[in-house]
Design a protein around this ligand. Sequence first.
Ligand SMILES: [Zn+2]
Length: 345
Amino acid sequence: MRFVSPLLKHAVYPALHHSGWLDRITPPGGYAVVNYHGVVPSDHSEPEVFLDGNLVQPEVLRQQLQFLKGHYELIHPDDFRAWVEQGKALPPRAILLTCDDGLLNTLTDMLPVLQSEGVSCMFFVTGASCRNNPGMLWYEELYRLMRIRTLNSLETQLPPEAGPSPVADTFQSRWWSTVRRASRLNAKERSDWMAAVRSEFGAKKNFGSEKRWRLLSIAELGLLADAGMSIGAHTQSHPVLSLCNDEETQREIHESKSELERTLGRPVWAFAYPFGNPATMGERELRLAREAGFACAFLNVEHWGAGPPSPFALPRIHVTANTTLPEFAAHLSGLHIRLQRAMGS
Ligand SMILES: [Zn+2]
């Protein structure tokens, strides 16, 4: 949802939204899946604009949920499962809510909004949330550390870029290149490398709000599940899967299912690809998700190639901090993706 033309965002979508026209269109396929990455917790006082772009304010989440309740049919994740596995019909204009990564704020700040609006959500978490000390998402921690200063010799310990080196002329592109290179390590090597980076930067850094940066621990994950929320898998360590070798990709996907099932004591039937766009995954990942025994798997984009729809490439609407309500309505109705396709982008 990042590349919306200003004309659509600020003129066309608001006009269509206010006319009520968007809210009468049925989403492509009859349903839509909305994806969040958590909310901005109340004690997050040091914004990191780029990374925070995936989070929404709690009051914006509430406004979006109320809009969905007024114009669509919010379903329970189990209804979605029954549709995928048994072909049981979804209600017209069905909406499934999902949320990726399992940051602590999903429990402390997002769950209360969901509960007060009486809606269910499917949370996709990594293997880190099966532990007592889950830490941060490694690529967010890396971003924060690289903000302090360059990695210098630690960077040279990483494998080179898999293909031609992309132009890295901004901080974000240099960071993303480092994320890609570190994704070529296996999970143990990456964890060791991150430990070396941490130690090079001195004492444990305090990045401010724990609710913003830390992942759910095993006990906190249990609280989210006990509150009636559904839990799905999101790999063990959130690498760029397309840069992992076959064995590591299979392990990341398979073990995220088996470890979560052991932890929760219930089947884990859905998977969400980390980053979830064509630059970070492909047909191999779709096949491995199916072979792992998931009923379905979710992207983080609204369109996946040509060919018939696959339950292992389910599109989602990615809500960001900048998503306005008219834009949200345009994505839900399917108008946005239809226009993008018509414009060939
Ligand atoms: Zn993720």
